[in-house]
Design a protein around this ligand. Structure first.
Ligand code: AKB
Length: 345
């Protein structure tokens, strides 16, 4: 039997590259990618086909769907929280209208295939909006239904798209001839801040964690844009990728929800600094909080309660804070920055 075709949007981003490599090593899927920017040479052999284009381009998406029997979508393309505050309308277009195009395309594809296309959507802790740091400390590990009051456009977009996905899965076209056609199978995870040894994120507000580490590893000084007590949950990139695959492959009948928190560890900027300095003693880290970005981080929960994901599909992070640093981040990052850069193309 032919291996299922997986469509990855935003494949050239942080999560996309890690996911592509993981799926390639796994060997059970064939990947088709869409990203605004062409994939670097290194990642092309991992793909059946790559498209450079915009998810706002419905014609492009129809073309992709016409050429491939897509059975799975990982819709990763998004404008993150800080970038979204700089241009909220653009964030809405990309994050909401772009997602709507993908949901429609995948729904049509489900109809054509006669079975539900599985649609995996990374949501975020940005969907939460705590009113102040006292409430944040009081709540501690937040449950999916608590404080769904985001203070960023990105958070609003993610929260709404979770609902759109649920709607497409359960209710879309409930009237008329298509009422009984195969629907979409939408599954989403709320990610904490992600830390990768291979890539530095751009446009996010949880970026202070990975930026601090990557700056230290390159011997560069770092000015942290939140105060030392700012605390949110984080996850190592390999766990983020594993969680998406585990949710994709979970038995539908066991899923009680279309939205799941996934957690790993929770640390403050000061704790990251201390750990970074253990690995890179010459690191120069100062704190120059940016009022808006610090406020966004303060509105995000200190930690997430991921009991539902553990119960429904057996989620458990492999990387604790110590293990993430000792076995993944520090060794990989040291290797990465000691290697000569790849030749310019
Ligand atoms: C961001 O900072 O915007 C993202 C997120 C927490 O979803 N990394």
């Amino acid at each position: 039997m032919a291996k299922p075709v997986v469509l990855i949007t935003g494949a050239n981003g942080e999560i996309g590259r890690a996911l592509l490599k993981r799926l390639h090593d796994d060997g059970r899927y064939r990947c088709v990618t869409v990203d605004l920017t062409p994939l670097p040479e290194k990642y092309r052999p991992y793909c059946l086909e790559t498209y450079a284009g915009n998810i706002m381009d419905k014609y492009l998406l129809d073309q992709v769907a016409a050429h491939h029997e897509i059975e799975v979508v990982f819709h990763l393309a998004a404008l993150l929280s800080t970038r979204g505050e700089r241009d909220p309308e653009l964030a809405h277009q990309v994050n909401v209208e772009g997602t709507l195009h993908l949901l429609r395309m995948a729904t049509n594809q489900s109809g054509r295939l006669g079975r539900a296309v599985r649609f995996v959507f990374p949501s975020s802790i940005a969907v939460y909006g705590l009113p102040n740091v006292e409430e944040k400390a009081r709540v501690g590990r937040i449950k999916e239904e608590q404080w769904n009051l985001p203070i960023t456009m990105y958070g609003c977009n993610k929260l709404y798209c979770e609902q759109l996905g649920r709607y497409f899965t359960q209710h879309y076209r409930q009237l008329g001839a298509l009422a009984t056609a195969a629907r979409l199978d939408f599954r989403s995870l709320r990610f904490p801040g992600l830390i990768s040894a291979e890539t530095v994120p751009t446009g996010g507000t949880s970026d202070f964690g990975p930026e601090m580490l990557h700056a230290a590893a390159q011997g560069q000084p770092y000015q942290c844009f939140v105060g030392p007590d700012a605390k949110i949950p984080f996850m190592a990139m390999p766990d983020a990728v594993e969680s998406m695959i585990a949710l994709l492959e979970a038995d539908r009948a066991r899923l009680r929800s279309t939205v799941y928190n996934v957690g790993a560890f929770s640390v403050s900027a000061r704790e990251i600094e201390a750990r970074v300095k253990r690995a890179f003693p010459k690191a120069q880290i100062t704190y120059v909080p940016d009022a808006v970005r610090a406020k966004i981080v303060d509105s995000w929960p200190e930690d997430v309660d991921d009991a539902r994901a553990r119960e429904d599909w057996g989620w458990k992070a492999a990387y604790s804070w110590e293990r993430a640093f000792d076995e993944y981040l520090v060794p990989s990052i040291q290797k990465r920055y000691s290697e000569p850069p790849p030749p310019a193309k």
